[in-house]
Write a protein that binds this ligand. Structure first.
Ligand code: GLN
Length: 722
């Protein structure tokens, strides 16, 4: 388990188990001497410890070289303290120290110290005893055999929740790992991220980031079951990969040179959960995906009133670079070329009138960079020069707008046009763009850095325009089919925002005839066919779409409460609804009580009949006290129910003796039957929904009573379905 690499944890274990502590303590003194030569960086308590230790001197010559090598293998971050105590107390050998975790810090103490210190140490001990998130995590991942946690496994586990090692929110954890690794004198070739730690060291290492880490492992992120979600994304990605339709943009050589096979998708949720697949680090230029971003800066700085006194909010219904203005002689919206050029003029004439062109470029870049949480934003000069060369239409738009007095005063058209080309030529990749999309999904706060970049009102306005105008002349269809704000660009990018959930960036250079990335578009459509992300998808009632926002058991738990409540209150109509929604009617609560238990104990005969005759639930499930529904009916003196249940049990005859429902976990056979459309409740026959085959009731052990809802033959087809 140790794989030949000694760890701090091993040492601690050895120290604690040592028959002769002094033997070890001697070794630690040597180590301290050796490690004193190694510089550490930050001004931390760690460094403080080392600084303190430097006050004392130890003569290492008394130890043999062999022993020195042997002992040098075992590092201990407490040795400096030992050294100090030994020097102060004039001890010949340093005392054995204990490592404690308290106040979210790793510290060491001398158990033989005075009463005052002892009191403090007792308090520390008490804190140490407390079971907290760090302990729980340790127990989750630690090996029973060694009592150590493999950080490799731990970080891999963290990754499945969507949190990566390079996430700025776990930087302290990673730094601490490196420190511990260094202090332990790891042999070369070993890695800080794969070391094994004991409980206390682990707790100290994770403590600064424990809030985020605990949230991740408690599945409290917006996508709780991130790995299942990712599996679906992988499948959609794979299907889009096979789509080889579309043509590369060829108005400038740099875009025409891309491989049409390039295809990448990156996802970042509002909680900073990340997933990427394909060519996600390949650089490409922002092109039109820069438009919502410059628009957002203008809104942030000038407010919507000013901005929209220059540019409209309507879809143009025309191509993105069409030479056309709206009826007010304004560009239709900020997502088409004319509107974006105008936004650029607002930036230079109104937002930063005193800045030079170079300063405005830097200023804009720094906004973009903040939105990416520090991830890759660069500039492609070749694209910029080509854009400027091949810009007849864009210049024409500029002159046409100047002729129509669209620009604010003091506009220098040449500079504005250059600025527009620069924004289009900023370079990025899928990874960074997914963080920008997520910042927009997150109301303007970058999820990875938690920096507030834009006000939520600004983001709302940007998303509204993206929703109606973001995909060129496909925007109407996109809003209809996908129902989400998005922005595409001529380099093959598609930025998709699922407000309050996540940002997605899909990139593939081949474009359709309207200028949208073919694979990106397919991805968005398939995504919304799989998940209920469309703005108008119903989130309340179950549908055949998945809702990855919910905890796997959350929906089930709530539904069970509703189901049991319906049974207890005698609401047959509600029970029907549950059944038709595909729910497992045999589910039980924590006490093993099913809908049938509750209906029986409350004396609701109609419900009991419905559950047995239509839902085929077992008549004899036992709750945690061993009671069956018939016992419940007897206990509460509902003789008519007792009679019915007894006769059902008799007629069931060879039915299996007893059935213990599995609380909230597994789907039973009855559930499978309910889910199969051929076995729906008869009342559906009269529903406007096309009816499945009539139910064959021959297997029902109890003949239905006349007029009962359970009757299979005399279905009242005039009754409304539900
Ligand atoms: N640079 C491109 C242009 O202005 C950007 C347009 C786009 O991405 N659709 O023509």
């Amino acid at each position: 388990m140790f794989k030949g690499v000694p760890t701090l944890t091993q040492l601690n274990l050895r120290l604690l188990n040592a028959k002769n502590p002094r033997t070890f303590a001697n070794g630690l003194v040597l180590l301290q001497q050796e490690q004193r030569n190694k510089a550490t960086s930050a001004k931390t308590s760690w460094q403080q410890l080392e600084a303190d230790a430097n006050h004392s001197k130890v003569d290492v010559d008394v130890y043999s070289q062999e022993e020195l090598v042997k002992r040098a293998k075992f590092g201990h971050t407490g040795k400096e303290v030992q050294q100090k105590i030994a020097a102060e107390k004039k001890l010949r050998t340093p005392p054995l120290l204990n490592l404690v975790f308290a106040n979210r810090k790793l510290s060491f103490y001398d158990p033989a110290s005075g009463p005052k210190q002892k009191e403090r140490h007792d308090k520390l001990h008490r804190e140490q005893e407390q079971r907290n998130a760090e302990d729980v995590l340790f127990d989750m991942f630690a090996s029973e055999e060694t009592g150590l946690i493999s950080m490799g496994k731990f970080l891999a586990g963290l990754k499945t929740t969507g949190i990566r090692r390079n996430d700025p929110r776990v930087r302290e954890l990673m730094d601490n790992l490196k420190r511990v690794h260094k202090l332990n004198n790891y042999e070369t070739g070993s890695s800080a991220e794969t070391q094994h730690l004991n409980r206390e060291t682990f707790k100290a290492v994770v403590a600064p980031n424990i809030v985020l880490i605990a949230k991740a492992f408690r599945q409290q992120f917006v996508i709780p079951d991130f790995s299942s979600f990712v599996k679906d994304i992988e499948e959609i990605y794979g299907r889009c990969k096979d789509n080889t339709l579309g043509k590369l943009a060829d108005y400038i050589p740099q875009l025409a040179r891309y491989s049409p096979n390039m295809w990448g998708v990156s996802i970042c949720t509002v909680d900073g959960q990340r997933y990427s697949i394909g060519d996600v680090e390949e650089p490409f230029t922002l092109q039109s995906c820069s438009k919502p971003l410059t628009y957002a800066i203008a809104l942030e700085k000038l407010g919507p009133k000013v901005v929209h006194s220059y540019v409209g909010q309507e879809p143009s219904g025309r191509n993105f670079n069409e030479l056309v203005l709206d009826q007010n002689k304004k560009p239709h919206n900020p997502m088409i070329n004319a509107g974006a050029i105008l936004t650029c003029s607002l930036m230079s004439a109104l937002v930063k009138p005193d800045m030079t062109s170079a300063e405005i470029f830097d200023y804009t870049m720094s906004w973009f960079k903040r939105l990416t949480g520090g991830e890759y934003i660069g500039f492609n000069n070749a694209v910029f020069l080509s854009e400027r060369e091949a810009a007849d239409r864009n210049y024409a738009l500029g002159f046409y707008m100047r002729e129509n007095k669209c620009f604010p005063k003091r506009t220098n058209l040449k500079e504005v046009m250059d600025y527009y080309f620069q924004c289009c030529s900023m370079e990025t990749n899928c990874e960074a763009m997914s963080v920008i999309a997520a910042s927009l999904a997150n109301g303007g706060i970058c999820p990875t850095t938690e920096e507030k970049v834009f006000r939520p009102e600004v983001v709302r306005d940007v998303l509204s325009i993206m929703h109606s105008c973001g995909t060129y002349d496909y925007s109407g269809q996109f809003a209809f089919k996908v129902g989400l704000p998005a922005k595409s660009g001529v380099s093959g990018g598609m930025m998709l925002v699922i407000p309050n959930v996540m940002g997605i960036f899909a990139w593939s250079p081949p474009l359709d005839h309207l200028g949208n990335t073919v694979r990106g578009l397919q991805f968005c459509e398939e995504l919304v066919n799989t998940f209920n992300f469309h703005r108008y998808d119903n989130l309340k009632h179950l549908s055949n779409k998945k809702d990855p926002r919910k905890h796997r058991y959350e929906t089930k738990g709530l539904s069970i409460v509703n189901l049991l409540f319906s049974a207890a209150s005698g609401d047959v109509t509600a029970l029907r609804r549950h059944r038709l929604s595909g729910m497992d009617i045999t589910l039980a609560d924590y006490d093993g009580r099913t809908a049938l238990h509750l209906a029986a104990s409350e004396g609701h005969l109609e419900c009991v009949k419905f559950l047995l005759e239509h839902c085929h639930v077992p008549h004899n499930p036992k709750d945690r006290w061993g009671n069956m529904p018939v016992d419940e009916a007897e206990n509460f003196s509902h003789s008519h129910v007792v009679e019915f249940l007894k006769s059902w049990a008799e007629k069931a005859g060879n039915a299996p003796a007893e059935c213990t429902p599995e609380a909230v976990i597994s789907k039973t056979q009855a559930d499978e039957e309910i889910c199969s459309t051929s076995d729906l409740d008869h009342s559906i026959a009269s529903s406007p929904i096309p009816s499945p085959e009539p139910e064959v009731r021959a297997t029902s052990p109890v003949p239905s009573e006349a007029g009962s809802t359970a009757s299979t033959v005399s279905v009242d087809k005039t009754k409304p379905g539900l």
